[in-house]
Structure formats: structure tokens, C-alpha cells
Design a protein. Sequence first.
Length: 270
Amino acid sequence: MQSRYKNRSMTSNHAFTSPRLRRLFCSLFFVAAAVAALGAFGSSRASSQNGSPNQGATTMTKIAPWVIDHTANGQQAEFFVVLADQADLSGAAALATKNEKGRYVYDALWNNSQATQGPILQWLRERGLEHRSFYIVNAILVNGGREIAEALAARPEVARVEGNPHIQNSLPQPGPGADASSQPGAPETIEPGISYTHAPDVWALGFTGQNIVVGSADTGVRWTHNALKPHYRGWDGVVADHNYNWHDSIHDSVGTLAATIRRFLAMITL
């Protein structure tokens, strides 16, 4: 009896695991696998679709609006590629002398630029792009279009891409130097700052700075100006002698510091 029950039980189990049940299990397995595959594909696709625009948006936020405007429609523009790695100059504060501080700052700025700009400079050279390296601000000036700006902004070592606009001011053109009068006219009024320092009171006592030589440092000095020419030490009323009376630090070759100072500090005789 027990044997027959056991055999019947085994036969019943065998019947339960018949081909029909196996087909059902296989069907459920394939359905589950298909659902999982579709889910993975959908997730990957969503990730792909969502990741690319975000990355593009991040790249564009690193580019200044001026660069975007001036590289539209295939235009070329100059822009600075500013690197994220800027030199740490805090160590200079612990040094004792000005020379030590200056050397530390220079070395830190220069070495940092040399250590970080190499891959970008190589990338620019390979594409024949006009560029110039700077080290005080760790940056590279590039002349290129929108694709170049975006490619550089997408690099992880680049912090931002800034424009380099050429700013031109409309300035009045100077008149001929020969038209300058020997003595400028008296000012119509005294500016508030001059009155505040009581300069008119000193002038009233007869002190007008006679025979005092004043050096003027400016990027826009015109010695032929009517207010300057009669007092310019290099002008004798007929011809001008600029030796040791004028120094052009932009167009002249750079000499020694002492020579530069000697040539510069004798311009206006009051």
C-alpha cells in the first residue's frame, strides 16, 4: 500500500513536471528576460538622451556670451581659455623679503603654466590654430571659431572661455604743434579739488613751483598740448630735444632701469 502510494506520488510529480509545465516555465522566463532587456535598453537610452544635453549645457555655460555672439555664423574671434588650475601663491606671505616674495610668485606662476598648458598647446598646434600662452593668469589666447571654443570649453582642465574684444575709443585728433601758443590761457575756473588743498592760497603767496621738474607717467601724454609744450623741458621755444626729457616705454627698446628713470624723470619744468 505504501509502495503503491509512493509510486503514485512519484508518478503524480512526474506528470506535474510534464512538457506542458516546462513550456509554461520557459514562457515566463523569456517574458521576464524580455522585460528586463527592454527596461535596460530604455534606461540606457534615457540616460544617453539626458546626459548629452546636460553635458552640452555645462560646456556652453563655460563660454562667455561675447564669445558666443562673435563666433556665430562661422565667425572667428579671439578668446582666452582660462585654466581651472591657478597657482597657489599663499606661500609667499611667509617669506621675509620683497625679493623672495617676488621670486616665489614668479616661479609659482611660471611653473604652474608650464605644467598644465602642455596638452592644450599641443592640441592647438596640431590644428594649426593661432594662439599665445600667458602665465600670470594661467590662460591661453586663441583665435578660432565656435567649434574650437566649444571643444576647449568641454575639456575638464578648462574653467572658462572669455572674450578678448578690441576696444577703440573715438578720440579728438591733435592739432599741429606749431599752432600752440607760447603761453596757455588762464583757466576759467579752479577745480574743487585744487581749492580743497588750498593751492590758490599758496599761489597767492608767490609759490607756483618755479624751476621744479615734474615727471609725468601716462599712456596718453602729448607733449605738444598747449598746456604742456611751453613747460616741456625738452622744448626751447624753437626745437625739441627729447634726450633725457622723454621716454617712450612702448615703442622704444627696453634699456636698463636706471637709464629709463633718468630719461623719464625730467619732463615738465614749472
